[in-house]
Ligand binder design. Structure first.
Ligand SMILES: C[S@@+](CC[C@H](N)C(=O)[O-])C[C@H]1O[C@@H](n2cnc3c(N)ncnc32)[C@H](O)[C@@H]1O
Length: 298
């Protein structure tokens, strides 16, 4: 893929339609570290270069932009938790939509189609805007968002290279063209988007996987525009009230050693959103499944 020309590196093309999603528009979606100053970037031969810091961001595996802060550094790569690392393996990425994701039904997850309906309801006020499918995994929701044609731009974002590669495979199998999608490798705790620029962020079954849900939600709040909406699903382990005190003790260790975050009440999630500037908390639940929605305060 060849990206060419010069464009505003840190501006989201909020008004573009899917068919207008050109390579130039893709460049405009992303941002370097100095997002506040809206640098110009030059894209050439599949590499984006920030004209201010000269940082380069490569296009990898013919499918995703590597926009992690460490990309381009020699000898440095960001470490993550054992739980998040598991999703970076080729094996888990391969089996993710071939049984792994389906197993969430045991916990009450109704499955991508029904979950998509829940998300769509929450996201009604931002229809037509730019949506990031954060921690997209192999992209079950990115594909649904694209096919729905309800959003002007869909960015599939994950920290796992192998998940993004699988995501690309499914996109191709489902005849979703390069022009309809953009894939980005990025850390949820450091999103490569301009502050106040994104209409919606969806994060399916991911909150519990993030190394720091608090950092992640704060970062999501930074990039959402006022009135922008976060929709996220996760597991909620409050179904056996008697077990909650024991789980409260155990979860510290699970989080510390594995990087898996256990949520034990709706109040915890609402409090987390509120502390990060996201209000109007709503949720739907079934068994361990919870899908929440919160809006960036205006
Ligand atoms: C359980 S999968 C969810 C996939 C998909 N959204 C779904 O609903 O099926 C969790 C995803 O979170 C991603 N993840 C973990 N840590 C991350 C981070 N720091 N930044 C971005 N994504 C991360 C993993 O790579 C994995 O693909």
């Amino acid at each position: 893929m060849e990206a060419s020309g010069s464009s505003s590196f840190a501006t989201v093309a909020a008004t573009s339609t899917m068919k207008d999603l050109t390579d130039t528009t893709k460049e405009r979606t992303i941002g370097c570290k100095h997002e506040a100053s809206r640098e110009q970037a030059t894209g050439y031969n599949g590499i984006l270069e920030c004209s201010t810091c000269k940082n380069v961001y490569p296009y990898k595996e013919d499918c995703y932009w590597d926009l992690t802060l460490g990309s381009g550094c020699t000898g440095y790569s960001k470490s993550t938790t054992p739980y998040a690392n598991m999703f970076r393996t080729a094996l888990v990425s391969f089996f993710y939509e071939r049984g792994w994701r389906q197993s969430f039904a045991l916990g009450g997850f109704p499955g991508p189609c029904k979950e998509f309906e829940h998300a769509k309801d929450f996201l009604k006020p931002v229809t037509g805007g730019v949506i990031i499918d954060a921690s997209c995994g192999t992209g079950p929701f990115s594909r649904l968002f694209i096919k729905s044609k309800l959003y002007s731009q869909v960015v599939a974002l994950d920290f796992s290279e192998n998940m993004l590669k699988q995501c690309n495979k499914f996109m191709k199998e489902e005849m979703i063209s390069d022009k309809q999608q953009m894939m980005v490798k990025a850390d949820i705790s450091r999103l490569p988007f301009t502050s106040n620029s994104i209409d919606a962020i969806h994060a399916g079954a991911a909150l519990h996987s993030w190394p720091s849900p608090a950092n992640a939600v704060a970062e999501i709040s930074r990039v959402l525009r006022p009135g922008g909406i976060l929709v996220a699903s996760t597991f909620m382990f409050d179904v056996v009230p008697l077990a909650i005190p024991a789980l409260r003790i155990v979860r510290k260790y699970v989080s510390q050693y594995l990087g898996y975050n256990t949520f034990l009440s709706e109040d915890e999630l609402e409090g987390l959103c509120k502390a990060c500037g996201l209000v109007d908390f709503k949720c739907v639940r079934k068994g361990l499944y919870i899908m929440l929605s919160a809006t960036k305060a205006t």
